[in-house]
Every structure is written in structure tokens, then in C-alpha cells.
Write a protein that binds this ligand. Structure first.
Ligand SMILES: [Zn+2]
Length: 287
């Protein structure tokens, strides 16, 4: 079975009937088909998405505490329910964040780490690493590439979720320079660093971490989303995860409406029915 290029197609049903692949996924500029007798989403002729059932471990790399919750907590909750073990690597402690001058600045990193761990727990994630870089000063440096490569080789994920290195001009706040830098460092770690045993040689020589190939990367806040996840059923979890970041929410009463607005717009872009909520990604495969 296949559909024409460019057609938007909902894959399966929300109820996730038995044997139905990608029950929550909607793709654009891609098509469905079969390969080796298995139903697949083809992002292009050569690029085929993994099914959740083929993903044992996923690694999320984000610049700041709260980024994954605003961008993808619904999807992470869904992955967790699908049995995928998810690990977070947070590049900074968000030490430039907050809004309340009464809180001593020295306390902010600890507060934000606790908030991120609480938010992660809401969506079933217990393995949270903080890489200790300075908020507002993230660069795709060799040090950061090595540290992300270390996590990749430790976790050995089949799928990663990162931030887009490309600026989304129609929504600049989604493209914070730290986000783009963390995304750039992460994709450089995916290719070529983590798979090259001779890159960052101390990882292998001193730490015994062998090379690893990450076959699939999802990017948040991409200017070119090609894949949408219907997270309507996980919206409550997502809002609880976001709510855990109390130090970042000066007006918590308006947050839910705002998030609902973003997710409704993504659902509309995906062609989902009125009332549905979606998170948007650009998915790429790396062979
Ligand atoms: Zn951020």
C-alpha cells in the first residue's frame, strides 16, 4: 500500500488497534508502504522511520531544563507507554533562568535540576543527566560534542530527540541560540563522532565506551516539520510536566491556554480533526 507523495495521512487510529503501526503519528511529505512485509513510513525513497516497537532506548538532548517539556513531553509520555526507555541529557542547569529576584542566583541551578527531575518523572523518565554547561553560552564545541558522544555511547539509543540547529524565523523564541547550538553539537555527535571509534579517543581508551550508530533523529522546533504526534491523550501529563518548572512560570494561569494554542496549530498543520493536539518534529534517518 502506498499513497502519493505530498499527501497527509493519519496512520492508524487513536485507539491503537492491535497490529496497527504508529497509532498516534501523522506524517507530511512522506508516504506509507511496506518493506520486508512490515508497514513503514517512508520519509523519502531511501529514508524509512523506525516503529516504536523497534526502539528500546531513546536519548533526549536539550539545552535547558523545561525545553523537552514544552516541546515534546506528550511524545515522551507516549514513548514511555510504548515501553521505550528514555534518558535525558540536559546541557545546562538553566542558571540564567527564573523571574524572581528574591531567589539567590546561586540556588537556581539546584532548583532547576530538581524541577527537571520532577517533570521527567511525570512522563516516566528517571535517568536524567546534567552536562554542566553555562546557560546562555552554549556552543557546538569539541567538549560538548565529546560529552554528548559519551552519553550516546553509554545509552546506545536507536532514536534521539534534539533541538533543531536551524532557526525557525516565524517563531524566534523557539530558536534560542543555546537550543540551536545544543542541536548542532548533538547532530555532530550523532554523525560522525559517536560512531567513529577514533573520535574523542579518551572515550574508548580511558572509559571503554565503544562506538555507536544512532539511526534516527527527531528535531524539535524545526522550520521544516515532517512528522506530527497526536498527544491529545497525554496533554494532562504534559501540563503537569511543564507545571513542575515553577521557577520559570511567572503567570502559570495562562500557560495551559498558550500550550493548547501551539499544539492545536500543530494538529491543524498535520490535518488532524478539530480539537486534537499535536507535537511537531522533523525526523531524519542517518545511515
Ligand atoms: Zn530553552
Amino acid at each position: 500500500m502506498s499513497v502519493a507523495e505530498g499527501e497527509t495521512r493519519q496512520n492508524g487510529t487513536r485507539s491503537g488497534e492491535a497490529g496497527e503501526a504508529f497509532p498516534y503519528c501523522v506524517t507530511k511529505r512522506s508516504r506509507r508502504g511496506t518493506r520486508g512485509g512490515v508497514r513503514r513510513i517512508f520519509l523519502s525513497e531511501r529514508s524509512v522511520m523506525l516503529e516504536d516497537s523497534e526502539v528500546e532506548r531513546a536519548l533526549v538532548v536539550m539545552a535547558h531544563p523545561d525545553d523537552v517539556d514544552f516541546g515534546a513531553a506528550g511524545t515522551v509520555a507516549l514513548w514511555n507507554r510504548a515501553g521505550i526507555s528514555v534518558t535525558y541529557g540536559i546541557v545546562t542547569d538553566g542558571d540564567a533562568g527564573g523571574f524572581d529576584p528574591a531567589i539567590p542566583r546561586a540556588e537556581i541551578p539546584g532548583i532547576r535540576q530538581r524541577e527537571q527531575r520532577a517533570a521527567a518523572a511525570v512522563v516516566g523518565v528517571r535517568d536524567v543527566h546534567f552536562l554542566g554547561y553555562t546557560d546562555g553560552d552554549v556552543n557546538p564545541s569539541q567538549d560538548l560534542r565529546r560529552d554528548i558522544s559519551r552519553l550516546i555511547r553509554q545509552v546506545r539509543p536507536q532514536r534521539m530527540l534534539i533541538q533543531s540547529p536551524d532557526r525557525k524565523w516565524e517563531h524566534i523564541p523557539a530558536s534560542h541560540p543555546d537550543h540551536m547550538a545544543a542541536g548542532e553539537a548533538a547532530i555532530r555527535a550523532v554523525y560522525p563522532d559517536a560512531r567513529n571509534p577514533f573520535a574523542h579517543p579518551t572515550l574508548l581508551l580511558d572509559e571503554g565506551l565503544e562506538d555507536w550508530v544512532v539511526p534516527e533523529v527527531w528535531m524539535m522546533a524545526s522550520p521544516q516539520p515532517n512528522h506530527f504526534v497526536d498527544v491529545t491523550d497525554f496533554f494532562e501529563d504534559k501540563m503537569r510536566a511543564i507545571g513542575a518548572h515553577a521557577s520559570q512560570l511567572p503567570a502559570p494561569e495562562i500557560v495551559e491556554d498558550k500550550v493548547r494554542e501551539w499544539l492545536s496549530a500543530a494538529a491543524a498543520e498535520a490535518g488532524l480533526p478539530e480539537g486534537r493536539l499535536a507535537e511537531a518534529f522533523q525526523v531524519v534517518t542517518i545511515s
